[in-house]
Design a binder for this molecule. Structure first.
Ligand code: SF4
Length: 380
């Protein structure tokens, strides 16, 4: 059995590829896959393509060649996360809720927080991560639309991350003992499967993700890098708070590779104070400063890995090589730039999801399916 070690030292990796092969070979199962944003700018490296190559279309073709029944995009889950998270942020700002609000997409960070800052568990957003939000929609909305029994769906994720395997198994995220995501594999494990299947990745043509859960905006793509979640949230919160069109969607002051960054963004009459950290040592420092009253923020993004998910523990082995991580980051921003729609709340399939199924952001149904809670854990 192949075992690798996470660069955040949080987890060891167990290879899940045999579980995916078994599901794909079981004719009674409908096997659905989703792919995280950071995977598409790194998987090419496993096939000797230059770091920073954007392989989105080839990646979809490769997954179709492996015979997944539907190929969905975690970016859709990221757009959905922004709908819920921006709503939660605005509610906290306007109604005296707890600030700062912390983003909650990174399971290594969430686990660290539960162990190290159990007295501050009211500050993270209650939003599930994009992976789990999409998994939840696969087993409910998609199952209903496609007339499938959720018990016969196997929901697979391809993630840049080792902690996402543990996240999928969190008891707080299972419904009636069933997980919304059944199997998580890493970018490296997918590369291994494609090599075993003899698929010439570089030679593949481009394909599109499947609908209903495959359309995405540029805001969701930038979830793959440090600062991206908060930039995506600001694009939506700005328009919802001011009722004005945001013409310039790129917030350069939120970008970069410094371990701890801060910026203020003018949103109408308000100065939104934003903190960003990547790497758990930096996260601890930022949180200690908040607890001690040294730093004051309205919203904070924290990602455990250097550079964010592009530098995740499940990515091709170049850990710690910041030049390669920067090339992946440039590719993420290029992918955002190439998108026709760049704000999550403009995604037509997200709007359809709310109209047909969820009602509105933070509705009772949305809360049940898309939000979670945190549990204080023993300090380690
Ligand atoms: Fe996983 Fe690292 Fe991304 Fe956190 S930052 S979700 S640990 S890849």
């Amino acid at each position: 059995q192949c075992v690798a070690v996470c660069p955040t030292a949080a987890l060891t990796e167990v290879n899940n590829t045999s579980k995916v092969w078994n599901a794909l070979n079981d004719p009674t199962k409908h096997v659905v896959v989703q792919v995280a944003p950071a995977v598409r700018v790194a998987i090419g490296e496993l096939f000797d393509m230059p770091p920073g190559t954007i392989s989105t279309g080839k990646l979809v073709s490769a997954l179709k060649a492996l015979n997944f029944d539907s190929v969905f995009d975690t970016d859709f889950g990221a757009d959905l996360t922004i709908m819920e998270e921006a709503t939660e942020l605005i509610d906290r700002i306007q109604n005296g809720g707890t600030l700062p609000m912390l983003t909650s997409c990174c399971p290594a960070w969430v686990k660290f927080f539960e162990h190290q800052f159990p007295d501050l568990l009211d500050i993270p957003s209650t939003c599930k991560s994009p992976q789990i939000m999409l998994g939840s929609m696969i087993k409910s909305y998609y199952a209903e639309k496609a007339d499938l029994d959720p018990a016969n769906i196997v929901s697979v994720s391809v993630m840049p991350c080792l902690a996402k395997k543990a996240e999928a198994a969190r008891p707080e995220l299972t419904k009636d003992a069933h997980s919304d995501v059944d199997i998580v594999i890493t970018t490296r494990e997918l590369g291994q499967m494609l090599k075993i299947a003899g698929i010439d990745f570089e030679g593949l043509s481009n394909s599109e993700f499947d609908q209903l859960l495959g359309e995405s905006t540029g805001a969701s793509v930038i979830f793959g890098t440090t600062g991206g979640v908060i930039e995506a949230a600001v694009r939506t919160a700005y328009e919802w708070l001011t009722h004005e069109t945001l013409e310039k969607v790129e917030f350069k002051q939120l970008r970069g590779m410094e371990g701890i960054r801060s910026a203020t963004v003018k949103v109408g009459d308000m100065n939104l104070r934003i903190g960003i950290a990547h790497g758990l040592g930096n996260a601890r420092k930022l949180l200690n400063d908040i607890r001690d009253g040294v730093s004051k923020f309205d919203v904070i993004e924290i990602m455990a890995c250097p550079g964010g998910c592009i530098g995740g523990g499940g990515q091709p082995y170049h850990h710690g090589d910041m030049e390669i991580i920067k090339l992946r980051q440039q590719a993420i921003y290029q992918e955002d730039h190439n998108k026709k729609l760049r704000k999550s709340h403009e995604n037509p399939y997200i709007l359809k999801l709310y109209k047909d199924y969820l009602g509105k952001p933070n509705s009772e149904k949305a809360h049940k399916l898309l939000h979670t809670h945190y549990t204080p854990k023993e300090r380690i």
